[in-house]
Design a binder for this molecule. Structure first.
Ligand code: A3P
Length: 279
């Protein structure tokens, strides 16, 4: 009877927590939070607001997929559930573990000039250290003249995108990985986010009416949703931790980093079929 069909429909499509069918896996400091917050404005997207660190923290992974699923927001069957933990991208075993969860999960990676990324990473660590951290030039080099790069530092190795990408490509075809251009995400947010929307197979929703440029923040922000309780809406901008001022870095050390990354960048461009033009 018709009532049975109706019953099946509502029970099958009830609100529940589901494993993600999309993941923002990196790159830390590439614009991952901005991308997540933006895409979660889409009515068919349900985003996990915190970084769950399931595939990169052993103590979480051992809690099992049920635990991971329990961290997810409520969604309907046709919603896209998305989680972002930027550390996944650089975690050796993450590609295998993500594949084990779901070979069809869609992967998103926000990329940014690796030299600028390293400086952004440093700015974050510096803040966390309450100003106790050695200057950038010292931190990323081995010698007092700052002429030899400390290539074992994760702040440096994280920027070898092609090395990490190759691990993911052992499990996932490139068509299943979408690269968000971190620079364009700031300069051309609507266009960059529309390609994310398109990659996720979502109906077009994102357009310029969702954003405004906040002069104080110096970044595009989301037009805040009106408050029901008469309270002042927030700015719709990301927190102060996003868009920190960068330290002024010695030009020679910048050159050292640029020279180090150049061949890896070239290899990355070939692998993804796009030249990002990082200096
Ligand atoms: P900076 O702090 O170096 O400027 P992540 O979220 O992956 O840690 O990335 C942080 C970076 O996102 C920031 O790096 C900032 O440049 C970038 N970003 C992109 N769009 C932004 C936005 N709308 N508001 C603030 N930061 C944004």
């Amino acid at each position: 009877p018709l009532s049975d069909i109706f019953y099946i429909n509502i029970t099958e499509n009830k609100l529940s927590q589901r494993l993600p069918n999309a993941l923002i896996i990196g790159i830390g400091k590439g614009g991952t939070r901005a991308a997540l917050v933006s895409i979660s404005r889409h009515p068919m997207v349900r985003a996990c607001s915190r970084e769950v660190h399931f595939f990169d923290h052993q103590e979480n992974y051992q809690l099992g997929l049920d635990w991971y699923q329990n961290q997810m927001p409520l969604s309907l069957k046709n919603h896209i559930t998305i989680e972002k933990t930027p550390a996944y991208f650089i975690t050796e075993d993450a590609p295998r573990l993500v594949y084990k969860m779901s070979p069809s999960v869609k992967l998103l990676v926000a990329v940014r000039d690796p030299t600028v990324r390293a400086i952004s990473d440093y700015a974050q660590l510096y803040e966390k250290s309450h100003g106790e951290l050695r200057p950038f030039e010292e931190y990323v080099t081995r010698d007092s003249q700052h002429q030899v790069l400390e290539t074992r530092r994760s702040m440096v190795t994280s920027g070898i995108y092609v090395k990490h990408l190759k691990k993911w490509m052992e499990y996932f075809p490139l068509e299943q990985i979408h690269f968000i251009n971190g620079k364009e995400l700031v300069k051309n947010t609507v266009h960059e986010m529309q390609s994310v929307e398109n990659f996720l197979g979502l109906e077009p929703f994102i357009d310029e009416t969702l954003y405004y440029f906040n002069e104080t923040k110096g970044f595009p922000c989301l037009v805040p949703a009106p408050q029901m309780n008469g309270e002042q809406p927030d700015s719709g901008c990301l927190s102060e931790a996003k868009g920190r001022p960068h330290p002024l870095v010695d030009e020679d050390v910048v050159t050292l980093l640029r020279d180090f990354y150049r061949p890896f960048n070239e290899e990355f461009y070939s692998a993804v079929g796009k030249n990002y033009g990082w200096p």
